[in-house]
Design a protein around this ligand. Structure first.
Ligand SMILES: [Zn+2]
Ligand SMILES: [Zn+2]
Length: 216
């Protein structure tokens, strides 16, 4: 079974494409459920969790593919092509390894083989790179703080995640330094956040509200 909390047309497209990729490799979606979870606070494009019941002869389980809605907005091409194949290749490599009881490395030989084979069936644009994605809005959405140093705030303002208690103390004591200008990062109010980041935060707030009301 395939499930997802997709809302946006681009999100639905990704789910469809991933499903096609898995089916093209004869992945047993009837026994291993796939859940696509779009998560606003993610600070990377994709991640995955595979839970498979090892005791049964035929594999049963659940694969969760988490996807950042912000990344889709920032670079839909990379997300739908190379990065999607990258993630689906993980699912295929892990479930194949469980089948044959071998231990595999995260980006080892088995994963590379699946990745290469998936890319052959899709359009791969090498000009895409995740480096152009900006996760500052997602960090702030997840409870982080926008900070500036001595550099141009529009260019180098930093979103600092405050998930660990130590970070907040460090920030208050001016203990987090910019690697470029050497000055300590100081928090700025929401009204001083650069426009592009503020727009991204607004997008994340809106889509997460919509998702909550859709699921409830
Ligand atoms: Zn990977
Ligand atoms: Zn700086």
């Amino acid at each position: 079974m395939i499930s997802s909390n997709a809302l946006h047309p681009l999100e639905n497209e990704l789910v469809l494409k991933a499903t096609e990729l898995l089916k093209s490799q004869r992945f047993p979606v009837d026994r291993i459920n796939i859940d696509f979870e779009f998560k606003e606070s993610m600070t990377k494009p994709y991640s995955h969790v595979v839970k498979i019941d090892m005791k049964q002869r035929r594999l049963h389980g659940l694969c969760t593919i988490r996807i950042s809605p912000l990344s889709i907005m920032q670079d839909p091409g990379a997300m739908a092509n190379s990065l999607l194949c990258h993630e689906v290749a993980h699912i295929l490599a892990v479930t194949e390894a469980r089948n044959s009881d071998i231990d595999i490395k995260q980006h080892g030989h088995e994963w590379s083989r699946w990745y290469a084979s998936l890319l052959n069936e899709t359009v791969y644009d090498y000009s895409h790179d995740t480096q152009i994605m900006d996760f500052r809005a997602a960090i702030i959405f997840g409870g982080g703080q926008f900070c500036i140093c001595g550099c141009d705030p529009g260019e180098t303002g930093k979103a600092i995640s405050l998930r660990s208690k130590g970070k907040l103390v460090e920030l208050k004591n001016n203990g987090i330094l910019c690697e470029i200008c050497g000055m300590s990062y100081t928090p700025v109010p929401d009204s001083k956040i650069p426009e592009s980041v503020a727009d991204d935060i607004e997008f994340l707030k809106k889509i997460s509200l919509k998702r909550v009301s859709n699921n409830g």
